[in-house]
Design a protein around this ligand. Structure first.
Ligand SMILES: Cc1cc2nc3c(=O)[nH]c(=O)nc-3n(C[C@H](O)[C@H](O)[C@H](O)COP(=O)(O)OP(=O)(O)OC[C@H]3O[C@@H](n4cnc5c(N)ncnc54)[C@H](O)[C@@H]3O)c2cc1C
Length: 475
């Protein structure tokens, strides 16, 4: 990109983001592959298939597709294609393949590891207009839909049939089924209903967890559980992490088959919710408090309510829990859940966020926060916080600083990945490897496994045009 174009690109990026940078500037080691360049002939060919209004080339229109949700990576894509069905998708992929144009599939662009936006000038293929629910079968408990159906829309289509989506995330208003399958999303109720892998019955191009590097998901059939007749939620305060673990163990014993979610937050993450989003925490707390959200799904309202209240009382009598609220009132539950679901949004509100999504053995779960605090102590204005899906052993470990600092990033990475591996964890829990973690894949996979992944990739994508620079480290 010449200087003038780059300056113009930056100006447009600034309108959408406070971050005046390009991924290639922040990660200068990454090199563009030997791909073709987009020209007028290719744009005209795309327009013949999709029509001019579904081929976006105007810089202002393309800019949002180049920036990720956290505004931490920014690509230089020049075109966005918006097919409506599998046939159109297959035609545009043929043109990309013939011209060796690298592509970046994009769903709701809520991915948190930089996988959903281009690094250089990859063609963005957005599935947003592939948004039809084909059918819902209330008896077998299945739904068939296109890849671009937003999770919230899926939930609305399932409810009249007495079903629910088998997963749920804070990003439900934007994330799409294809993106969820491609990242093998986890979420708030994996503890009860299992992963995308467990609930995806079939797809057109099924590559669960391959983050768009092996194929593009165009349609899917998912298995959907019955929408529960009774939902109850407990919001608890606790004085230390050891009590959090004891409470989780007690919840598993006392709530058994009804337990549907077990989430935790520390006081530093709650601070962002109160101070950056102005949300109110309805229980007294201080800077050492831990918070838990424990939810049940069942079929008998009075019984389930009594069961959850009994559990909270037991946890208080045992001295694990300081205080708690239980409710089955939908609006109250939604308000309480906001405190957990908007945690990522809150911590990225004004500051720069370095975020990690790791799996840890429960005995070491919260040690990660202490270890990282110690590591970055010399960076006075950096803050560390932790929250996550305790029930699945997934910790979202966040560091914030007033602005991006390469020195701080180098202090965190690869230190934190080495530490996670040393205690028997995994460097990627549910968000995938994307662009940001690709070079650290060696911490998660053996050289043999990485070699096998490369061979699989080259047999399925011989030109290497599918979402390059993601998941696999550069050779
Ligand atoms: C507020 C918030 C809360 C979140 N909570 C959770 C959570 O609890 N659990 C969790 O797992 N994640 C969570 N995430 C991360 C994110 O929502 C998930 O990764 C989600 O599955 C991404 O879906 P998407 O449609 O936005 O995909 P995108 O972000 O658009 O893409 C993600 C990856 O999938 C690829 N991709 C997208 N669509 C396709 C397709 N049709 N075919 C092939 N490849 C494709 C992209 O190239 C990219 O590599 C959260 C994100 C936010 C912003």
């Amino acid at each position: 990109m010449n200087l003038r174009i780059r300056m113009a690109h930056r100006l447009i990026v600034r309108r959408y983001s406070s971050a005046p940078f390009l991924t290639t500037e922040r990660y200068p080691d990454v090199r563009r592959g030997s791909y073709g360049n987009l020209g007028d002939a290719q744009v005209a060919a795309f327009e013949r298939i999709l029509g001019a209004n579904r081929v976006l080339t105007c810089r202002e229109d393309v800019a949002p597709y180049n920036i990720d949700w956290f505004k931490t990576v920014c690509g230089q894509g020049k075109v966005v294609l918006r097919p409506k069905n599998t046939e159109e998708m297959s035609h545009v992929m043929k043109i990309c393949s013939e011209n060796r144009l690298a592509v970046c599939p994009q769903g709701g662009n809520t991915g948190l590891v930089g996988g959903s936006v281009p690094v250089f000038d990859e063609v963005v293929i957005s599935t947003s207009l592939m948004n039809q629910v084909n059918f819902v079968d209330g008896i077998s408990g299945t739904v068939s839909c296109q890849a671009g159906v937003v999770l919230e829309k899926l939930e609305k289509a399932l409810k009249p049939e007495g079903l629910m989506a088998p997963y749920d995330l804070g990003a439900r208003g934007s994330c799409q089924v294809g993106g969820n399958i491609s990242t093998c999303a986890g979420g708030l109720r994996l503890l009860r209903y299992g992963s995308m892998l467990a609930n995806t019955l079939g797809i057109e191009a099924l590559f669960v967890g391959s983050e768009g590097t092996l194929g593009i998901v165009t349609q899917a059939v998912l298995q959907c559980p019955i929408y529960p007749r009774s939902i109850n939620l407990a919001f608890l305060t606790l004085k230390n992490f050891s009590d959090v673990l004891s409470t989780f163990a007690l919840a598993k014993r006392n709530l058994c088959e009804t337990l549907s979610s077990c989430e935790m937050m520390d006081s530093a993450s709650m601070w962002y919710l109160e101070n950056k989003l102005d949300l109110k925490v309805p229980l007294e707390h201080d800077s050492n408090t831990f918070f838990m959200f424990i939810e049940t799904h069942g079929s008998r309202e009075d019984h389930d309510e009594e069961k959850l209240s009994g559990f909270v009382q037991d946890a208080m009598d045992k001295g694990f829990v300081l205080d708690g609220i239980t409710t089955n009132e939908p609006a109250r539950m939604t308000n309480l859940w906001q405190l957990r679901e908007r945690a990522a949004e809150a911590s990225s509100k004004e500051d720069y966020l370095y975020t990690y999504d790791v799996t840890l053995p429960l005995r070491n779960f919260y040690d990660a926060v202490g270890v990282l605090k110690q590591r970055i102590a010399p960076f006075r204005d950096a803050k560390v916080s932790g929250f996550g899906h305790l029930g699945d052993g997934n910790l979202h470990l966040d560091v914030t600083s007033p602005s991006y600092s390469g020195r701080l990033l180098n202090a965190i990475e690869p230190f934190i990945f080495e530490w996670v591996m040393s205690v028997g964890g995994s460097i990627s829990a549910e968000h995938g490897m994307g662009f940001k973690k690709a070079k650290f894949l060696k911490y998660a996979k053996s050289p043999e496994a990485i070699d096998l992944m490369r061979r699989l990739k080259s047999s399925m994508d011989p030109l290497g045009i599918l979402n390059p620079y993601k998941v696999l480290p550069p050779l």
